[in-house]
Ligand binder design. Structure first.
Ligand code: SAH
Length: 232
């Protein structure tokens, strides 16, 4: 499954993920089609390979099929006006996809939507902003609808940015970070890899009354959600 969706263009990569059944929603196809992966990798030659690629500082841009799984899983919570947190935002790729998913020019609620990316390597935060600008998202950045911040994502974002309808975590947490569950809206959903040697994606759902349930989705291998000085 992991590498089979490689394409020669962005459109072909997305088409291959749809054929493989990894993407089933037209909304995800539309959003991922607006984000050209070549703006978010270090070597554009490898942009449409369905594999994770090093982006420096001990980080990787996740494989396209994992970005697709995340968008598909969080989709019911990615509506116009939603607030989204991307922890370990790295290249900025998913912040862009989430932004397109919460924007609908025909829906006035879109004005309230916001994507916050939090990443603990300041150089990567700067690079992700450059990438988003290359991908024509300067207006969203300038209006504060996409906000990329440097910080320890295990603690979540500043409370005034939340609570979040959807939280994506792009690095594996050794144990479930309580602060992130705290910042989930009621209802809200988090997609998070948890574990050290063996890791699993957990879907964490918080319902209207604040009850939290965890559903394991798939076995994965992510870089760790860790301290900045332990990453290199
Ligand atoms: N989802 C991103 C990056 C995935 S790699 C993408 O696809 O481009 C995981 C990222 O998590 C790395 O950029 C790493 O620097 C970051 N990270 C690891 N621990 C973190 C922490 N405690 N707080 C914030 N970011 C962290």
């Amino acid at each position: 499954m992991a590498w089979r969706c490689t394409g020669s263009t962005n459109a072909e990569l997305i088409q291959n993920m749809a054929k493989a059944g990894i993407i089933t929603s037209d909304r995800v196809i539309a959003a991922m089609s607006k984000v050209n992966r070549s703006h978010y990798v270090r070597h554009p030659r490898t942009a449409y390979e369905d594999s994770p690629q090093p982006i420096g500082h001990g980080a990787t841009i996740s494989a396209p099929h994992m970005h697709a799984h995340a968008a598909e899983d969080l989709l019911p919570f990615l509506k116009p006006g939603a607030r989204v947190l991307d922890v370990g935002s790295g290249s900025g790729y998913l912040a862009a996809v989430f932004y397109h998913l919460i924007q609908d020019p025909a829906d006035p609620k879109s004005a309230d939507g916001k994507v916050v990316g939090i990443e603990h390597i300041p150089e990567l935060v700067e690079w992700s902003v450059e990438n988003l600008r290359k991908d024509k998202l300067s207006p969203a950045l300038d209006e504060g609808k996409i906000k990329m911040i440097a910080g320890d994502g295990r603690k979540g974002s500043s409370p005034e940015d939340g609570p979040f309808d959807a939280i994506h975590v792009g690095a594996a947490a050794p144990t479930m970070p309580a602060a992130l569950i705290e910042q989930l809206a009621r209802p809200g959903r988090m997609f998070i890899p948890v574990g050290t040697h063996a890791q699993q994606i957990l879907q964490v759902d918080k319902d209207e009354s604040g009850n939290v349930t965890e559903t394991p989705l798939l076995d994965v291998l992510y870089v760790p959600l860790t301290d900045r000085d332990k990453q290199m």
